[in-house]
Design a protein around this ligand. Structure first.
Ligand code: IPE
Ligand code: IPE
Ligand code: MG
Length: 264
């Protein structure tokens, strides 16, 4: 999505207004929230538990936040669950993370489907075990027509690889005479990304105190607002999420222009 006007990226939701008890006005929620769910390992270490326990507890948080975001009327929620660089972890931990994805899809898919959630998975399927590939395909197919929130699971996702793949496919089209280099613009480029049919994130939250993107949605985050919270992912909850939304509402998004000056 090209950087559009503010109105394009927000929509008003009366549920939010009534829950927040705002003084008369309506509260807008961001259309797309991305979350870098970080800190599971530190959460476990602080309790003398194995890292896998932190990841398991993190799945509980996923459930709570998905439900909450859906209730608030957020249209797209992207969860960074496993990065293409996370293969660098010990093989046991990688195995646990793959098993947890399996477990989550098997256990939660029907519930998500019933609540109208559409599941999308972005990332490379190449290195994933065949049974997981099938589970992901089935989850997407089953929920494709659902009317509710789109839950984008970024699994084995790396933004640089995504960008390289986009460049490669355009180069191939140019070599084959299907496209002229001078016809490549931002929209053409974007149409080759894994997120081609997903609007850019308006808000990106990262837990655990780290303040970096770690190869998450590099292109798409061009005009995202960032909220970094110290809370570790297993401790993150609906109230923390609401607080991030409050911070978001107090930002003035300018998209390179002069803005309204209303918040200055
Ligand atoms: C986030 O928690 C989960 C994944 C990256 C898969 P971490 O496992 O990175 O936890 P910390 O950063 O080591 O605490
Ligand atoms: C980012 O967290 C990836 C996910 C949350 C899935 P990491 O814990 O892998 O990031 P770094 O290594 O601290 O940058
Ligand atoms: Mg981490």
């Amino acid at each position: 999505m090209a950087a559009g006007a503010l109105e394009d990226t927000m929509h008003v939701n009366s549920d939010v207004m009534s829950k927040d008890g705002d003084s008369g006005g309506t509260l807008a929620v961001p259309r797309h929230v991305g979350i870098i769910m970080d800190g599971n390992g530190r959460w476990a270490r602080a309790r003398g538990l194995p890292r896998g326990e932190g990841h398991r507890r993190g799945v509980q948080t996923v459930r709570e936040i998905v439900q909450h975001a859906g209730r608030l009327g957020i249209s797209y929620l992207t969860l960074f669950s496993f990065s293409s660089e996370n293969w660098n972890r010990p093989v046991e931990e990688v195995g646990e993370l793959l098993s947890l994805l399996r477990f989550f899809i098997r256990r939660d898919l029907m519930e998500l489907h019933k609540s109208g959630v559409r599941v999308r998975v972005i990332g490379s399927r190449d290195r994933l075990p065949d049974d997981i590939k099938r589970l992901l395909e089935d989850a997407e197919a089953l929920t494709a027509q659902n009317p509710g929130m789109t839950l984008v699971v970024a699994f084995n996702y790396g933004s640089r690889a995504e960008l390289v793949e986009a460049a490669r496919s355009l180069a191939q089209d140019a070599v084959d005479g299907r496209i002229r280099p001078e016809d490549i613009d931002e929209a053409t480029f974007e149409s080759r990304l894994l997120t081609r049919d997903i609007p850019d994130p308006d808000l990106i939250i990262r837990t655990s105190g780290e303040q970096r993107l770690s190869n998450f949605l590099l292109w798409q985050a061009a005009y995202a607002e960032f909220v970094f919270v110290d809370t570790l992912w297993p401790d993150f909850n609906a109230a923390h999420f609401d607080d991030a939304l409050r911070q978001f509402r107090n930002r003035e998004r300018r998209f390179g222009g002069l803005g309204t000056g209303a918040k200055r």
